[in-house]
Write a protein that binds this ligand. Structure first.
Ligand code: NDP
Length: 447
């Protein structure tokens, strides 16, 4: 239920942003949490902080023309939404996926404001991408697309202005092509303009692993708060991309047994525990589908096409693919199957009905804003290393990441307690993330 004032703000968001359903959903979730804050802080309402936060500072939409290997011309649409720079330069990834449109970019950019605030690091919120579909494209086509995309984007970004990174469909290879084109156009070796770079040209240790590792650390903290751990627990993960793979790696190191993962073609179940070397070979090196994993693994592993991985019973669920992948029904199935904790590696993967089911059943539910913040936090550490022309060791970087995740977990819990919602990580993350941005916006005046 929304507080009356917030309900009017939400209606206005619906009216001003027609058809952008994912953005509406993300705004509503934050507004539902911050009602109690307005009671304590009337100055936020007086300065219209919430209305201002819901309106991006700048939205850029551009044409991306490129030529495929046969010489055929394609036109895609590029986006960059620079949402909020109260805490630092806009920061957030680029997503290349055919489902991308303004509503997706705005939902991701809006979430990013609070997530970045929660890390405690000096980064604002933004997001971008394109409706380009990288699937089935050759390396040269990917490079030409990235070069064309950056030929427009470069004028809007900079290490002190706006710092993109990867997301779905944008990994180390794409970041390399994007950075190369930026460097060529501007004639500047401005390492801090993009994060997720390769280690040979300004990348940071642990950035590749950070979102997955961080999410596993966050869930480890949630389990610890309940007097338990990952040890011997049965875990299911959706996706098999960057976040999923490194979530699996860390959970295995923490003693959990990951028995299923997926991609958009279906899922694999492997009761002995996913063989991570094989999964990396199939997905990261050869860029094939998960059925090939089951085929090569043999002995007990099976592929189930076109179904949801959430029908596999588990004690811990780690959605790490995309938005709105856990419905209310999936959540009920998971609870009935014995699920005690959920850590969102993806952004907004659980639908509002699903969150309700988990919370009512007493499942420890870590929302993406908090649980997957390790990726952007390590990006901020990459910016820090680039600015000081330094590079840290893997061990030191991982320790920093773990400290950041523990701190986020502790602040979510203490904020939820302070506002009378003990154990509610959604409220804790939204309120804590919101307050830091709101205070900075108040201090900066009406801009
Ligand atoms: P990748 O592109 O590396 O992997 C995405 C995975 O999710 C793939 O297995 C993909 O399958 C699957 N997937 C994507 N879209 C769909 C869909 N519509 N239906 C079913 N499966 C789908 O992306 P990342 O691992 O980087 O990102 C995963 C999630 O984590 C996203 O929500 C992203 O916003 C979030 N995230 C990522 C961060 C990062 O550092 N990379 C940081 C914080 C959050 P297929 O290949 O078949 O499409």
């Amino acid at each position: 239920m929304l507080h009356e004032k917030l309900s009017m703000i939400y209606d206005n968001v619906l009216r001003r942003n027609p058809g952008e359903t994912e953005f509406h959903q993300a705004v509503r979730e934050v507004l539902e949490s911050i009602g109690p804050v307005l009671g304590k802080h009337p100055e936020y309402a007086e300065s219209k902080i919430i209305e201002r936060i819901c309106e991006p500072e700048r939205q850029i939409i551009f044409r991306v023309p490129w030529e495929d290997d046969r010489g055929e011309v394609h036109i895609n649409r590029g986006f960059r939404v620079e949402f909020n720079s109260a805490l630092g330069p806009y920061k957030g990834g680029l997503r290349f996926h055919p489902s991308v449109y303004l509503g997706i970019v705005k939902f991701l950019g809006f979430e990013q404001i609070f997530k970045n605030s929660l890390t405690g690091l000096p980064i604002g919120g933004g997001k971008g991408g394109s409706d380009f579909d990288p699937k089935g494209r050759s390396q040269r086509e990917i490079m030409r697309f990235c070069q064309s995309f950056m030929t427009e984007l470069y004028r809007h970004i900079g290490e002190h202005t706006d710092v993109p990174a990867g997301d779905i469909g944008v990994g180390g290879r794409e970041v390399g092509y994007l950075f190369g084109q930026y460097k060529r156009i501007t004639n500047r070796y401005e390492s801090g303009v993009i994060t997720g770079k390769g280690l040979s040209y300004g990348g940071a240790q642990v950035r590749t692993e950070a979102t997955g590792y961080g999410c596993a650390f966050f869930v480890e903290e949630m389990l610890k708060a309940r007097g338990t751990s990952f040890d011997g627990r049965r875990v299911v993960i959706s996706g098999s991309g960057n976040v999923a793979v490194y979530t699996i790696e860390k959970i295995q190191q923490l003693g959990g047994v990951v028995v299923a993962c997926s991609d958009s073609s279906g899922y694999v179940v492997d009761d002995k525990g996913i063989d991570l070397d094989l999964l990396k070979q199939v997905k990261e090196v050869e860029r094939l589908r998960v059925d090939v994993y089951a085929e090569r693994r043999g002995g007990g592993a099976s592929f189930v096409p076109a179904r949801s991985v959430w029908e596999v019973p588990c004690e811990v669920a780690m959605p790490s693919a995309t938005q709105n992948e856990i419905t209310g029904r999936d959540a009920e199935l998971l609870v009935r199957g014995g699920c005690i904790a959920v850590g969102e590696g993806a952004n907004m993967p659980t639908m509002p009905e699903g969150i309700k089911v988990f919370q009512e059943a007493g499942v420890a539910f870590g929302p993406g804003k908090a649980a997957n913040a390790g990726g952007v936090a390590t990006s901020a550490l990459e910016m820090q290393q680039n600015a000081s022309r330094d590079s840290w060791t893997f061990e030191f970087s991982e320790r920093r990441l773990q400290e950041i995740m523990r701190d986020i977990h502790a602040r979510c819990l203490s904020t939820a307690d302070e506002y009378g919602m003990p154990g509610n990580y959604v409220a804790g993350a939204n309120i804590d993330g919101f307050k830091r941005v709101a205070d900075a916006m108040l201090a900066l005046g009406l801009i």
